[in-house]
Design a protein around this ligand. Structure first.
Ligand code: SME
Length: 138
């Protein structure tokens, strides 16, 4: 990636690319730990504006991944009790954690309007992206 652009811009490009190239990726965004607080803050994203710009640890799919350190694949969001709805069109979600020096510093969050769309290929792709993002984040 072009090193003259900021990390923020790189992440924005990643969101745009994923959203453009994969038809069932309908909202693509990054959340990062908000300073010393036990909450996530919305970073670069592509898709509909969301009310969830701050998410406390433990709340929703994103907040659960902030605590579990594990990828969370949700084939059907309506089957989840601890879920924060961003759009009524969203049917499925995948959240993959981002690690820096072994610390869970954030995540990529993808919403889909298609039910049960995610396979092992998505997990593999997003794992790779999150690993690379962990390397370029300060
Ligand atoms: N659905 C997420 C909230 C973030 S929006 O999808 C952009 C959750 O349950 O944590």
């Amino acid at each position: 990636v072009d090193s003259t652009i900021s990390t923020e811009e790189k992440l924005q490009k990643v969101c745009q690319l994923l959203s453009d190239e994969i038809d069932y990726y309908n909202w693509v965004g990054f959340y990062f730990k908000n300073g010393d607080k036990n909450e996530l803050k919305l970073g670069p994203y592509v898709g509909a504006a969301t009310d969830h710009t701050i998410i406390p640890y433990g709340k929703g799919i994103c907040g659960q991944v902030a605590e579990s350190n594990e990828t969370f694949v949700v084939p059907d969001v309506y089957a989840q009790d601890n879920y924060l709805a961003c759009s009524i069109e969203t049917k499925a979600e995948i959240v993959v954690p981002i690690f820096k020096d072994g610390q869970n510093i954030g995540q990529i969050d993808i919403d889909s309007h298609t039910i049960n769309p995610f396979t092992a290929d998505d997990t593999k792709l997003l794992d790779y992206i999150c690993k690379r993002v962990g390397e370029i984040i300060d």
